[in-house]
Design a protein around this ligand. Structure first.
Ligand SMILES: [Zn+2]
Length: 290
């Protein structure tokens, strides 16, 4: 019988001896040793690339066609709403329900301001004089997108937001507004019709995307293949799906979405917000190890 205050040997107390604990610690610490080379940029769960499906301008065909295709495949998309969207005004509850299902509502300003004189000499006759970025100031576009963040907060309760430059334009009154909106957003989607290859050096508020229009499913899948080859990020910039403006057919959209669902282990498809949260985490990890 054990006496009060008696200290029993370790093997009887069934406790690890102090030197065993020290050995366990030694076995673990080398993995985190300072000075080790950091691993390269990595996508989650061994994926080879990331894919983001974005849909601009708040259209009915996105609620009616794009979202059901995504839901059927178990994929999430990002929907860039301008505050003046007629679909948003008429079908507010459906847009709110879309967010509740895990899709992202993104900021596309209130009045969809664009340059009248676009790149390569293109004149956009449809841009109303009141909403031409040539006549805006940097402060005005900043204030407009900040106000749209409040509208979106009322819709989905989210305080972290991403932005899509209207018409991919990044200037107002002849000056860049990229840095003015930087504090308002986790990330912002630009144009350029290309993948992002080296994501470790990507500026989160100038993420390239492809404005796909009138293309086949095979062409859409080929864009993902470029990202797989480069270990990068493929961001699609869709508008109408199966109708409305700058459309891609429902058939082509379904083909892409089906392919992404079947290849989800290689190509990680998620919202712009979730993908860019990962990108910025990886960028911080790499910067801290330099
Ligand atoms: Zn737009």
């Amino acid at each position: 019988m054990r006496m009060r205050g008696q200290v029993l040997p370790y093997h009887i107390r069934n406790e690890p001896r102090p030197f065993v604990i020290v050995m366990l610690l030694l076995c673990v610490t080398p993995l985190a040793r300072a000075g080790d080379a950091p691993g390269p940029f990595a996508w989650p769960n061994g994926a080879k690339a990331a894919v983001v499906l974005t849909y601009d301008d708040g259209m009915d065909t996105q609620l009616d066609n794009a979202a059901p295709d995504l839901d059927a495949a178990g994929l999430k998309g990002t929907f860039y709403l301008p505050g003046h969207s007629e679909s948003l005004a008429k079908r507010l509850a459906e847009w709110r329900a879309l967010a509740a299902r895990g899709h992202e509502l993104g900021n596309h300003a209130i009045f969809h301001p664009c340059l009248r004189n676009g790149p390569n000499g293109a004149v956009r006759e449809w841009v109303r004089p009141e909403y031409q970025l040539e006549g805006y100031t940097v402060q005005r576009i900043r204030d407009e997108v900040a106000a749209m963040n409040t509208t979106l907060l009322a819709l989905d309760g989210e305080t972290t937001r991403t932005f899509a430059y209207d018409c991919c334009d990044t200037t107002a009154g002849g000056r860049s507004y990229v840095d003015a909106i930087r504090p308002l957003f986790l990330a912002a989607r630009a144009g350029e019709d290309r993948i992002a290859g080296d994501v470790s050096a990507l500026d989160p508020v100038l993420v390239p995307s492809w404005a796909a229009t009138d293309v086949s499913g095979a062409q859409l899948i080929a864009f993902v293949q470029k990202a797989l080859d480069a270990g990068g990020l493929a961001v699609f910039q869709f508008h109408g799906i199966g109708g409305e403006w700058i459309p891609v057919s429902r058939e082509a959209h379904r083909e892409l979405v089906g392919w992404l669902a079947a290849n989800r282990a290689r190509a990680w498809t998620d919202t712009f917000k979730r993908v860019m949260t990962h990108v910025e985490g990886e960028q911080r990890r790499l910067a801290a190890s330099r």
